[in-house]
Ligand binder design. Structure first.
Ligand SMILES: [Zn+2]
Length: 318
């Protein structure tokens, strides 16, 4: 099987990005020739994507459609926002935020550094937001960062987009009458992922440690790996009950049932790929064996298809 077969055409990418209310931060495995166009196309998709507001509980809402899912808690202390979407969706995001309340934007938390979660940082900061993130997120936004599996090199973000308040293992915010707990996962999707838990509302935002209904991207270039993803999926499950509302980084809002399915598929595919590798099979042979087959119809229709996901899992198996 050639490298070529892992390519994702720009056309398909744009079509999917435009369609999905659950826009996905997607990802070519190998680009041939048309380098850099996929991150550019993803950013461009923000111009036409629809931004949808969904109310969750205790005033916590989520905006779906522009990059990673954006959670919002309005109130007298100003809005707290989780992730900032694509810059190209700025007007739509601002309009949706105004529709929630007239409170100014005061705090922005980044779940991790990826562009589809941070491209709106600069304008939200200009609107009044202090930006909070893990130190590794700050590190990647502050410098030139290459993501090999996107074949893309990001220049440093503008100074106004860089987080100024750093969270270590844990940090608790008390805003708008709510207790908001930030918690570091350790290396998972990147090595800067944090969760955000709205305690009274019982709403958890997992960032990109959970993709609901899509195989996840795993960013090895900035510290992610499959075993860390499984660990994060376990940690997420340990924190929720049947009542917890969970906002994934990508895909629709869900809960424990969907998270169990996701954790199980990650572990099952990891075990299958590891077993094939132990048998001495090459990467191409493992891809040809289709270790994701049982899940492809449901989970592999987005930008990370079964082949790409197999390669990402393989990369993390020693
Ligand atoms: Zn991401």
């Amino acid at each position: 099987m050639s490298e070529r077969s892992f390519d994702i055409s720009r056309r398909r990418f744009v079509a999917n990005a435009g369609l999905a209310a659950t826009a996905v931060c997607l990802v070519p495995y190998r680009l041939s020739g048309d380098e850099q166009s996929l991150v550019v196309a993803a950013r461009k998709s923000g111009e036409t994507t629809k931004v949808t507001l969904q109310s969750l509980r205790n005033n916590v809402s989520v905006l779906l459609g522009s990059g990673g899912n954006i959670a919002v808690l309005p109130g007298d202390d100003g809005k707290l926002i989780i992730d900032s979407g694509y810059l190209s969706s700025r007007e739509k995001i601002a309009e949706a935020l105004d529709g929630i309340s007239r409170d100014p934007v005061k705090h922005l938390v980044n779940t991790h550094w990826h562009f589809d979660h941070t491209d709106g940082n600069e304008w939200m900061h200009s609107a009044g937001a202090t930006i909070i993130a893990h130190e590794n997120t700050k590190k990647y936004l502050s410098t030139t960062t290459r993501v090999d599996d996107w074949d893309f090199t990001f220049p440093p973000w503008p100074a106004a987009a860089i987080p100024t308040e750093i969270t270590g293992a844990e940090k608790t915010l008390h805003l708008n009458g709510a207790t908001v707990a930030l918690k570091y996962y350790g290396p998972a999707h990147t090595d800067g992922d944090i969760s955000i838990y709205f305690t009274e509302a019982d709403v958890l935002h997992t960032g990109d440690t959970w993709w609901n209904g899509h195989f996840p991207f795993i960013d090895y270039s900035t510290g992610g790996n499959i075993n860390g993803m499984i660990k994060a999926a376990e940690a997420n499950l340990a924190r929720v009950t049947d009542k917890t509302i969970v906002v994934p980084g990508h895909g629709p809002v869900g809960g424990k049932t969907e998270m169990i399915e996701y954790r199980d598929l990650l572990a099952s595919i990891r075990d299958r790929v590891a077993a094939l590798k132990r048998e001495g099979k090459s990467l191409n042979e493992i891809v040809a064996a289709k270790p994701t087959a049982a899940y492809d119809a449901k989970w592999g229709t987005g930008f990370v298809n079964g082949e790409l996901f197999t390669k990402l899992v393989y990369k993390g198996i020693g």
